[in-house]
Design a protein around this ligand. Structure first.
Ligand SMILES: Cc1cc2nc3c(=O)[nH]c(=O)nc-3n(C[C@H](O)[C@H](O)[C@H](O)COP(=O)(O)OP(=O)(O)OC[C@H]3O[C@@H](n4cnc5c(N)ncnc54)[C@H](O)[C@@H]3O)c2cc1C
Length: 442
Protein backbone atom coordinates (compact mmCIF):
# COMPACT_ATOMS: atom_id res chain seq x y z
CA UNK A 1 0.00 0.00 0.00
CA UNK A 2 1.49 3.41 -0.91
CA UNK A 3 2.57 5.34 2.14
CA UNK A 4 2.18 9.09 2.68
CA UNK A 5 3.80 11.06 5.49
CA UNK A 6 1.76 13.99 6.80
CA UNK A 7 3.78 16.64 8.60
CA UNK A 8 1.76 18.27 11.38
CA UNK A 9 -1.18 16.81 13.29
CA UNK A 10 -3.33 19.91 13.48
CA UNK A 11 -6.49 20.74 11.52
CA UNK A 12 -4.91 20.70 8.05
CA UNK A 13 -2.82 17.58 8.72
CA UNK A 14 -5.70 15.63 10.23
CA UNK A 15 -8.10 16.58 7.44
CA UNK A 16 -5.47 15.60 4.83
CA UNK A 17 -4.97 12.31 6.68
CA UNK A 18 -8.68 11.53 6.36
CA UNK A 19 -8.63 12.43 2.67
CA UNK A 20 -5.64 10.10 2.08
CA UNK A 21 -7.19 7.29 4.08
CA UNK A 22 -10.33 7.67 1.96
CA UNK A 23 -8.15 6.78 -1.05
CA UNK A 24 -6.82 3.68 0.70
CA UNK A 25 -3.34 5.06 1.41
CA UNK A 26 -1.36 4.30 4.57
CA UNK A 27 -0.48 7.44 6.51
CA UNK A 28 2.14 8.36 9.09
CA UNK A 29 1.51 11.63 10.92
CA UNK A 30 4.69 13.32 12.18
CA UNK A 31 3.83 15.68 15.02
CA UNK A 32 6.10 16.99 17.81
CA UNK A 33 3.18 17.01 20.28
CA UNK A 34 2.00 13.52 19.26
CA UNK A 35 -1.73 12.94 18.78
CA UNK A 36 -2.53 11.75 22.28
CA UNK A 37 -2.40 15.15 23.98
CA UNK A 38 -5.62 16.99 24.68
CA UNK A 39 -6.23 20.64 25.44
CA UNK A 40 -3.69 23.42 24.95
CA UNK A 41 -0.40 22.36 23.33
CA UNK A 42 2.82 24.02 22.29
CA UNK A 43 2.58 23.33 18.55
CA UNK A 44 -0.55 25.45 18.24
CA UNK A 45 0.12 28.65 20.17
CA UNK A 46 -3.05 30.22 18.73
CA UNK A 47 -5.16 27.38 20.19
CA UNK A 48 -6.40 29.44 23.16
CA UNK A 49 -7.87 32.13 20.91
CA UNK A 50 -11.53 32.06 19.95
CA UNK A 51 -11.83 30.24 16.62
CA UNK A 52 -14.95 30.52 14.46
CA UNK A 53 -15.70 27.56 12.22
CA UNK A 54 -17.39 29.03 9.15
CA UNK A 55 -20.42 27.28 7.76
CA UNK A 56 -18.48 25.85 4.81
CA UNK A 57 -15.84 24.66 7.25
CA UNK A 58 -18.42 22.78 9.28
CA UNK A 59 -19.86 21.21 6.13
CA UNK A 60 -16.38 20.08 5.09
CA UNK A 61 -15.48 18.95 8.62
CA UNK A 62 -18.64 16.80 8.59
CA UNK A 63 -17.50 15.33 5.30
CA UNK A 64 -14.22 14.19 6.80
CA UNK A 65 -15.50 13.45 10.30
CA UNK A 66 -19.19 12.54 9.96
CA UNK A 67 -21.30 13.32 13.02
CA UNK A 68 -18.69 15.76 14.36
CA UNK A 69 -21.15 18.59 15.16
CA UNK A 70 -23.41 16.18 17.04
CA UNK A 71 -20.47 14.89 19.08
CA UNK A 72 -19.29 18.41 19.84
CA UNK A 73 -22.76 19.46 20.98
CA UNK A 74 -22.94 16.34 23.19
CA UNK A 75 -19.70 17.61 24.76
CA UNK A 76 -21.19 21.04 25.49
CA UNK A 77 -20.62 23.00 22.25
CA UNK A 78 -23.56 25.19 21.23
CA UNK A 79 -25.05 25.17 17.73
CA UNK A 80 -26.73 28.51 16.99
CA UNK A 81 -28.83 29.53 14.03
CA UNK A 82 -30.74 32.52 12.62
CA UNK A 83 -31.53 35.04 15.34
CA UNK A 84 -29.14 33.39 17.82
CA UNK A 85 -26.28 34.72 15.71
CA UNK A 86 -26.02 38.47 16.25
CA UNK A 87 -23.92 40.31 13.71
CA UNK A 88 -23.26 44.02 14.18
CA UNK A 89 -21.76 46.60 11.85
CA UNK A 90 -20.43 49.45 13.95
CA UNK A 91 -23.08 48.85 16.62
CA UNK A 92 -25.97 48.43 14.17
CA UNK A 93 -27.48 44.95 14.35
CA UNK A 94 -27.70 43.30 10.98
CA UNK A 95 -30.85 41.65 9.79
CA UNK A 96 -30.78 37.89 10.63
CA UNK A 97 -30.46 35.18 8.00
CA UNK A 98 -32.76 32.27 8.97
CA UNK A 99 -30.71 29.31 7.66
CA UNK A 100 -27.37 30.64 8.91
CA UNK A 101 -25.70 28.36 11.49
CA UNK A 102 -22.55 28.68 13.58
CA UNK A 103 -21.19 26.36 16.23
CA UNK A 104 -19.79 27.78 19.47
CA UNK A 105 -16.83 25.55 20.39
CA UNK A 106 -13.29 26.10 21.55
CA UNK A 107 -10.54 25.31 19.09
CA UNK A 108 -9.07 22.82 21.57
CA UNK A 109 -12.27 20.76 21.88
CA UNK A 110 -12.70 20.71 18.10
CA UNK A 111 -9.14 19.53 17.60
CA UNK A 112 -9.38 16.96 20.42
CA UNK A 113 -12.38 15.37 18.68
CA UNK A 114 -10.75 15.03 15.30
CA UNK A 115 -7.45 13.82 16.81
CA UNK A 116 -9.30 11.14 18.79
CA UNK A 117 -11.01 9.89 15.65
CA UNK A 118 -7.76 9.89 13.67
CA UNK A 119 -5.84 7.70 16.13
CA UNK A 120 -8.65 5.13 16.09
CA UNK A 121 -7.88 4.43 12.41
CA UNK A 122 -5.59 1.39 12.04
CA UNK A 123 -4.22 2.78 8.78
CA UNK A 124 -2.72 5.80 10.57
CA UNK A 125 0.58 5.65 12.49
CA UNK A 126 1.92 8.47 14.59
CA UNK A 127 5.54 9.49 14.85
CA UNK A 128 6.30 11.86 17.71
CA UNK A 129 9.02 14.12 16.36
CA UNK A 130 9.81 17.14 14.25
CA UNK A 131 10.37 16.98 10.50
CA UNK A 132 13.61 18.73 9.53
CA UNK A 133 14.07 18.03 5.84
CA UNK A 134 13.18 15.91 2.82
CA UNK A 135 15.00 13.23 0.89
CA UNK A 136 14.43 13.88 -2.81
CA UNK A 137 15.74 11.36 -5.32
CA UNK A 138 15.01 10.93 -9.01
CA UNK A 139 12.88 14.09 -8.97
CA UNK A 140 10.50 12.91 -6.26
CA UNK A 141 10.19 12.88 -2.50
CA UNK A 142 11.33 9.52 -1.14
CA UNK A 143 11.59 10.25 2.56
CA UNK A 144 11.18 12.71 5.40
CA UNK A 145 13.92 13.45 7.91
CA UNK A 146 12.55 13.43 11.43
CA UNK A 147 14.21 14.44 14.69
CA UNK A 148 12.77 12.69 17.74
CA UNK A 149 11.97 14.97 20.67
CA UNK A 150 14.89 15.41 23.07
CA UNK A 151 17.39 13.75 20.72
CA UNK A 152 19.87 15.02 18.15
CA UNK A 153 19.38 11.91 16.04
CA UNK A 154 17.67 12.28 12.67
CA UNK A 155 15.91 9.28 11.13
CA UNK A 156 14.52 9.05 7.61
CA UNK A 157 10.92 7.89 7.25
CA UNK A 158 10.58 6.49 3.69
CA UNK A 159 7.44 7.49 1.79
CA UNK A 160 5.77 7.72 -1.59
CA UNK A 161 4.57 11.26 -0.94
CA UNK A 162 4.50 13.93 1.74
CA UNK A 163 1.91 16.51 2.81
CA UNK A 164 3.37 19.54 4.56
CA UNK A 165 0.79 20.77 7.09
CA UNK A 166 3.23 22.32 9.55
CA UNK A 167 1.39 25.63 9.60
CA UNK A 168 2.36 29.19 9.02
CA UNK A 169 6.02 28.76 9.98
CA UNK A 170 6.58 25.87 7.58
CA UNK A 171 10.27 25.39 6.71
CA UNK A 172 9.46 23.54 3.50
CA UNK A 173 10.64 26.34 1.16
CA UNK A 174 14.11 26.29 2.74
CA UNK A 175 14.23 22.47 2.77
CA UNK A 176 13.56 22.54 -0.98
CA UNK A 177 16.15 25.25 -1.57
CA UNK A 178 18.70 23.13 0.32
CA UNK A 179 18.09 20.35 -2.22
CA UNK A 180 18.40 22.69 -5.21
CA UNK A 181 14.67 23.16 -5.85
CA UNK A 182 12.98 26.55 -6.26
CA UNK A 183 11.08 28.17 -3.40
CA UNK A 184 7.54 29.39 -4.09
CA UNK A 185 7.14 33.15 -4.52
CA UNK A 186 5.37 34.57 -1.46
CA UNK A 187 2.97 37.50 -0.96
CA UNK A 188 3.03 39.25 2.39
CA UNK A 189 0.67 41.94 3.60
CA UNK A 190 1.65 43.66 6.80
CA UNK A 191 -1.34 43.73 9.18
CA UNK A 192 0.19 44.25 12.64
CA UNK A 193 -2.70 42.44 14.29
CA UNK A 194 -3.33 41.91 18.00
CA UNK A 195 -5.74 39.32 19.45
CA UNK A 196 -6.87 38.92 23.06
CA UNK A 197 -9.25 36.17 24.23
CA UNK A 198 -10.88 35.71 27.65
CA UNK A 199 -13.34 33.16 29.01
CA UNK A 200 -16.34 33.96 31.20
CA UNK A 201 -18.76 31.90 33.27
CA UNK A 202 -22.02 31.60 31.26
CA UNK A 203 -25.46 31.66 32.89
CA UNK A 204 -28.82 32.87 31.64
CA UNK A 205 -27.73 36.47 30.99
CA UNK A 206 -28.17 36.36 27.21
CA UNK A 207 -31.00 33.97 26.35
CA UNK A 208 -31.20 33.21 22.65
CA UNK A 209 -27.65 34.37 21.86
CA UNK A 210 -25.00 31.88 20.74
CA UNK A 211 -22.62 34.08 18.81
CA UNK A 212 -22.12 37.85 18.59
CA UNK A 213 -19.77 39.56 16.20
CA UNK A 214 -19.03 43.24 15.95
CA UNK A 215 -17.19 44.80 13.02
CA UNK A 216 -16.04 48.38 13.26
CA UNK A 217 -17.32 50.87 10.70
CA UNK A 218 -15.84 50.14 7.30
CA UNK A 219 -12.76 51.92 5.99
CA UNK A 220 -12.19 55.33 7.59
CA UNK A 221 -13.24 54.54 11.16
CA UNK A 222 -11.57 51.14 11.29
CA UNK A 223 -8.61 52.38 13.32
CA UNK A 224 -10.79 53.84 16.05
CA UNK A 225 -12.73 50.86 17.28
CA UNK A 226 -12.23 47.19 18.01
CA UNK A 227 -13.50 44.12 16.26
CA UNK A 228 -15.09 41.75 18.74
CA UNK A 229 -16.54 38.27 18.71
CA UNK A 230 -17.97 36.07 21.40
CA UNK A 231 -19.43 32.59 21.41
CA UNK A 232 -21.17 30.31 23.86
CA UNK A 233 -18.82 27.32 24.18
CA UNK A 234 -18.57 24.05 26.11
CA UNK A 235 -18.27 24.10 29.91
CA UNK A 236 -21.02 26.77 30.20
CA UNK A 237 -18.58 29.46 29.18
CA UNK A 238 -18.42 32.45 26.90
CA UNK A 239 -15.24 32.94 24.93
CA UNK A 240 -14.74 36.55 23.86
CA UNK A 241 -12.06 38.01 21.64
CA UNK A 242 -10.99 41.60 21.06
CA UNK A 243 -9.04 42.34 17.91
CA UNK A 244 -7.24 45.55 17.03
CA UNK A 245 -4.28 46.74 15.03
CA UNK A 246 -0.94 48.51 15.40
CA UNK A 247 -0.77 50.68 18.52
CA UNK A 248 -4.31 49.68 19.51
CA UNK A 249 -3.40 45.97 19.95
CA UNK A 250 -5.01 44.68 23.16
CA UNK A 251 -2.87 43.73 26.17
CA UNK A 252 -3.29 40.96 28.77
CA UNK A 253 -4.70 43.37 31.34
CA UNK A 254 -8.16 42.04 32.41
CA UNK A 255 -9.40 45.53 33.37
CA UNK A 256 -8.55 46.80 29.89
CA UNK A 257 -10.29 43.78 28.34
CA UNK A 258 -13.49 44.46 30.29
CA UNK A 259 -13.39 48.19 29.49
CA UNK A 260 -13.02 47.50 25.78
CA UNK A 261 -15.88 44.99 25.85
CA UNK A 262 -18.11 47.61 27.48
CA UNK A 263 -17.07 50.20 24.91
CA UNK A 264 -18.24 48.01 22.05
CA UNK A 265 -21.47 49.31 20.72
CA UNK A 266 -22.89 45.81 20.29
CA UNK A 267 -24.93 45.08 23.44
CA UNK A 268 -23.98 41.44 24.22
CA UNK A 269 -20.33 42.32 24.89
CA UNK A 270 -21.25 44.80 27.63
CA UNK A 271 -23.71 42.33 29.18
CA UNK A 272 -21.02 39.64 29.51
CA UNK A 273 -18.45 42.14 30.83
CA UNK A 274 -20.90 43.40 33.47
CA UNK A 275 -22.55 40.19 34.56
CA UNK A 276 -20.19 37.27 34.04
CA UNK A 277 -17.07 36.34 36.02
CA UNK A 278 -13.86 36.09 33.98
CA UNK A 279 -12.20 32.66 34.19
CA UNK A 280 -8.41 32.48 34.07
CA UNK A 281 -6.22 34.98 32.27
CA UNK A 282 -6.49 37.01 29.10
CA UNK A 283 -4.45 35.29 26.34
CA UNK A 284 -2.92 37.40 23.60
CA UNK A 285 -1.52 36.62 20.17
CA UNK A 286 0.11 38.85 17.58
CA UNK A 287 0.40 38.41 13.82
CA UNK A 288 2.63 40.68 11.75
CA UNK A 289 1.42 39.80 8.28
CA UNK A 290 -0.85 37.71 6.09
CA UNK A 291 1.13 35.30 3.96
CA UNK A 292 0.42 33.44 0.74
CA UNK A 293 2.93 31.03 -0.78
CA UNK A 294 2.20 30.65 -4.49
CA UNK A 295 3.07 26.98 -5.00
CA UNK A 296 1.06 26.99 -8.22
CA UNK A 297 3.53 29.47 -9.74
CA UNK A 298 6.40 26.94 -9.72
CA UNK A 299 7.27 25.20 -12.99
CA UNK A 300 9.54 22.78 -11.19
CA UNK A 301 8.24 20.77 -8.24
CA UNK A 302 9.47 17.44 -6.89
CA UNK A 303 6.97 14.63 -7.38
CA UNK A 304 4.93 13.51 -4.39
CA UNK A 305 4.93 16.90 -2.69
CA UNK A 306 1.70 18.42 -1.32
CA UNK A 307 1.17 21.38 0.99
CA UNK A 308 -2.02 22.17 2.93
CA UNK A 309 -3.48 24.60 5.44
CA UNK A 310 -1.60 27.57 6.84
CA UNK A 311 1.62 26.26 5.26
CA UNK A 312 0.11 27.43 1.95
CA UNK A 313 -1.57 30.59 3.15
CA UNK A 314 -2.47 32.17 6.45
CA UNK A 315 -4.68 35.20 6.49
CA UNK A 316 -5.77 37.74 9.02
CA UNK A 317 -7.65 35.34 11.34
CA UNK A 318 -10.37 37.85 12.08
CA UNK A 319 -12.25 36.52 9.02
CA UNK A 320 -12.15 32.96 10.38
CA UNK A 321 -11.02 31.35 7.11
CA UNK A 322 -8.07 29.23 8.29
CA UNK A 323 -9.71 25.99 9.41
CA UNK A 324 -12.27 26.12 6.61
CA UNK A 325 -9.44 26.53 4.08
CA UNK A 326 -7.64 23.56 5.66
CA UNK A 327 -10.73 21.33 5.30
CA UNK A 328 -11.17 22.53 1.70
CA UNK A 329 -7.54 21.73 0.89
CA UNK A 330 -8.25 18.17 2.04
CA UNK A 331 -11.13 18.09 -0.44
CA UNK A 332 -8.74 19.30 -3.18
CA UNK A 333 -6.36 16.49 -2.26
CA UNK A 334 -9.12 13.88 -2.39
CA UNK A 335 -10.37 15.20 -5.75
CA UNK A 336 -6.83 15.13 -7.14
CA UNK A 337 -6.22 11.53 -6.10
CA UNK A 338 -9.70 10.38 -7.09
CA UNK A 339 -8.94 11.47 -10.66
CA UNK A 340 -6.19 8.88 -10.68
CA UNK A 341 -3.25 11.29 -10.35
CA UNK A 342 0.13 9.58 -10.02
CA UNK A 343 1.21 10.01 -6.40
CA UNK A 344 4.86 10.16 -7.48
CA UNK A 345 4.36 12.94 -10.05
CA UNK A 346 4.57 16.71 -9.40
CA UNK A 347 1.16 17.78 -8.07
CA UNK A 348 0.68 20.90 -10.22
CA UNK A 349 -3.02 20.10 -10.70
CA UNK A 350 -3.53 19.82 -6.92
CA UNK A 351 -1.96 23.24 -6.38
CA UNK A 352 -4.19 24.76 -9.09
CA UNK A 353 -7.23 23.49 -7.14
CA UNK A 354 -5.87 24.85 -3.89
CA UNK A 355 -5.25 28.19 -5.52
CA UNK A 356 -8.99 28.67 -6.07
CA UNK A 357 -9.59 28.31 -2.31
CA UNK A 358 -6.62 30.48 -1.35
CA UNK A 359 -7.41 33.29 -3.78
CA UNK A 360 -11.03 33.55 -2.61
CA UNK A 361 -9.99 33.82 1.04
CA UNK A 362 -7.14 36.21 0.23
CA UNK A 363 -9.42 38.52 -1.75
CA UNK A 364 -11.97 38.80 1.06
CA UNK A 365 -9.47 39.30 3.87
CA UNK A 366 -7.02 41.62 2.14
CA UNK A 367 -9.71 43.90 0.70
CA UNK A 368 -10.84 44.62 4.26
CA UNK A 369 -7.30 44.85 5.64
CA UNK A 370 -6.24 47.37 3.04
CA UNK A 371 -8.77 49.79 4.53
CA UNK A 372 -6.70 49.96 7.72
CA UNK A 373 -4.60 53.13 7.82
CA UNK A 374 -1.43 51.27 8.88
CA UNK A 375 -1.66 48.72 6.03
CA UNK A 376 0.39 49.93 3.10
CA UNK A 377 -0.44 47.46 0.36
CA UNK A 378 0.22 45.97 -2.09
CA UNK A 379 -3.03 47.37 -3.52
CA UNK A 380 -4.65 45.32 -6.29
CA UNK A 381 -5.79 47.02 -9.49
CA UNK A 382 -9.19 48.71 -9.03
CA UNK A 383 -8.79 48.77 -5.26
CA UNK A 384 -10.44 52.16 -4.66
CA UNK A 385 -13.62 51.19 -6.47
CA UNK A 386 -13.68 47.75 -4.85
CA UNK A 387 -13.34 49.42 -1.43
CA UNK A 388 -16.25 51.77 -2.09
CA UNK A 389 -18.41 48.92 -3.29
CA UNK A 390 -17.53 46.89 -0.19
CA UNK A 391 -18.66 49.78 2.01
CA UNK A 392 -21.97 50.12 0.15
CA UNK A 393 -22.51 46.38 0.38
CA UNK A 394 -21.77 46.36 4.12
CA UNK A 395 -24.28 49.16 4.68
CA UNK A 396 -26.94 47.48 2.57
CA UNK A 397 -26.41 44.16 4.37
CA UNK A 398 -27.54 45.68 7.70
CA UNK A 399 -31.15 45.98 6.44
CA UNK A 400 -31.58 43.69 3.42
CA UNK A 401 -31.73 39.98 4.30
CA UNK A 402 -31.08 38.85 0.71
CA UNK A 403 -27.98 41.03 0.41
CA UNK A 404 -26.81 39.90 3.85
CA UNK A 405 -27.37 36.26 2.95
CA UNK A 406 -25.34 36.56 -0.25
CA UNK A 407 -22.65 38.48 1.63
CA UNK A 408 -22.56 35.77 4.33
CA UNK A 409 -22.32 33.10 1.62
CA UNK A 410 -19.02 34.66 0.57
CA UNK A 411 -17.83 35.35 4.12
CA UNK A 412 -18.63 31.73 5.00
CA UNK A 413 -16.77 30.54 1.88
CA UNK A 414 -19.93 28.89 0.50
CA UNK A 415 -19.56 30.98 -2.66
CA UNK A 416 -16.66 32.72 -4.35
CA UNK A 417 -16.34 36.54 -4.15
CA UNK A 418 -17.52 36.73 -7.78
CA UNK A 419 -21.03 36.09 -6.43
CA UNK A 420 -20.94 39.69 -5.18
CA UNK A 421 -20.24 41.10 -8.61
CA UNK A 422 -23.49 40.23 -10.40
CA UNK A 423 -25.94 42.89 -11.68
CA UNK A 424 -28.73 41.30 -9.60
CA UNK A 425 -26.69 41.70 -6.44
CA UNK A 426 -25.90 45.37 -7.13
CA UNK A 427 -29.47 46.13 -8.02
CA UNK A 428 -30.47 44.85 -4.55
CA UNK A 429 -27.69 46.81 -2.86
CA UNK A 430 -28.82 50.02 -4.58
CA UNK A 431 -32.45 49.37 -3.60
CA UNK A 432 -31.48 48.77 0.05
CA UNK A 433 -29.41 51.97 0.19
CA UNK A 434 -32.26 53.98 -1.38
CA UNK A 435 -34.67 52.55 1.20
CA UNK A 436 -32.26 53.45 4.02
CA UNK A 437 -31.90 57.01 2.69
CA UNK A 438 -35.68 57.37 2.62
CA UNK A 439 -35.92 56.46 6.32
CA UNK A 440 -35.67 59.47 8.58
CA UNK A 441 -33.05 59.12 11.34
CA UNK A 442 -30.77 56.74 9.48
C1 LIG B 1 -4.99 34.32 16.60
C2 LIG B 1 -5.57 33.36 15.62
C3 LIG B 1 -6.94 33.20 15.55
C4 LIG B 1 -7.49 32.35 14.60
N1 LIG B 1 -8.84 32.26 14.49
C5 LIG B 1 -9.38 31.46 13.55
C6 LIG B 1 -10.78 31.36 13.41
O1 LIG B 1 -11.56 32.05 14.07
N2 LIG B 1 -11.27 30.48 12.48
C7 LIG B 1 -10.43 29.74 11.69
O2 LIG B 1 -10.92 28.95 10.88
N3 LIG B 1 -9.11 29.84 11.79
C8 LIG B 1 -8.56 30.68 12.68
N4 LIG B 1 -7.20 30.76 12.78
C9 LIG B 1 -6.36 29.98 11.86
C10 LIG B 1 -6.24 28.55 12.35
O3 LIG B 1 -5.64 28.49 13.62
C11 LIG B 1 -5.45 27.73 11.32
O4 LIG B 1 -5.81 28.09 10.03
C12 LIG B 1 -5.75 26.25 11.50
O5 LIG B 1 -5.25 25.83 12.72
C13 LIG B 1 -5.16 25.36 10.41
O6 LIG B 1 -3.81 25.42 10.53
P1 LIG B 1 -2.81 24.25 10.17
O7 LIG B 1 -3.32 22.92 10.57
O8 LIG B 1 -2.42 24.48 8.78
O9 LIG B 1 -1.59 24.69 11.10
P2 LIG B 1 -1.49 24.80 12.66
O10 LIG B 1 -2.81 24.70 13.31
O11 LIG B 1 -0.69 26.01 12.96
O12 LIG B 1 -0.68 23.50 13.08
C14 LIG B 1 0.61 23.20 12.62
C15 LIG B 1 0.99 21.84 13.20
O13 LIG B 1 2.24 21.46 12.69
C16 LIG B 1 3.03 20.98 13.75
N5 LIG B 1 4.43 21.20 13.35
C17 LIG B 1 5.12 22.37 13.31
N6 LIG B 1 6.36 22.18 12.86
C18 LIG B 1 6.46 20.86 12.58
C19 LIG B 1 7.50 20.06 12.05
N7 LIG B 1 8.70 20.57 11.72
N8 LIG B 1 7.26 18.73 11.89
C20 LIG B 1 6.06 18.18 12.21
N9 LIG B 1 5.04 18.91 12.71
C21 LIG B 1 5.24 20.23 12.88
C22 LIG B 1 2.60 21.77 14.96
O14 LIG B 1 2.92 21.12 16.17
C23 LIG B 1 1.10 21.84 14.71
O15 LIG B 1 0.43 20.73 15.24
C24 LIG B 1 -6.64 31.62 13.72
C25 LIG B 1 -5.26 31.77 13.82
C26 LIG B 1 -4.72 32.65 14.72
C27 LIG B 1 -3.23 32.84 14.76
Amino acid sequence: MPHVVVLGGSIAGLAATRALRGQGLAVTVVEPDGLATTGARGGVPQGGQLHALLDMGRTQAERWFPGLSKDLVADGAVLGSGDEIRLYENGTRKVSVPGNELIGVSRTLLEDHIRRRTVLDDGVSVRVGRACGLDIRGGRVTGVRVRTAGSAEVAVVPCDAVVDATGRSSRLPSWLAAEGWPEPPADRMRIDLGYATARFRRGGELPGVTVAHQLPAAAGAAEQSDTGAMAAVEGDQWMAVIVAYAERRPSRDPAEFLRRMREMEAGPFGVVADRCAMIGEVETYGMAHSLRRNWWALDRLPGGLFVAGDAVASFNPVYGQGMTSAFLHASCLAAHLRKGADLHAPAHAYFRHVRVVVDAAWEVSTLSDLAQPHVTGPYPRGYRMARRMADWMARASTTDAWVNERFLDVVNMRRRPAALRTPEFWWRVAAALRAQAAQPGR
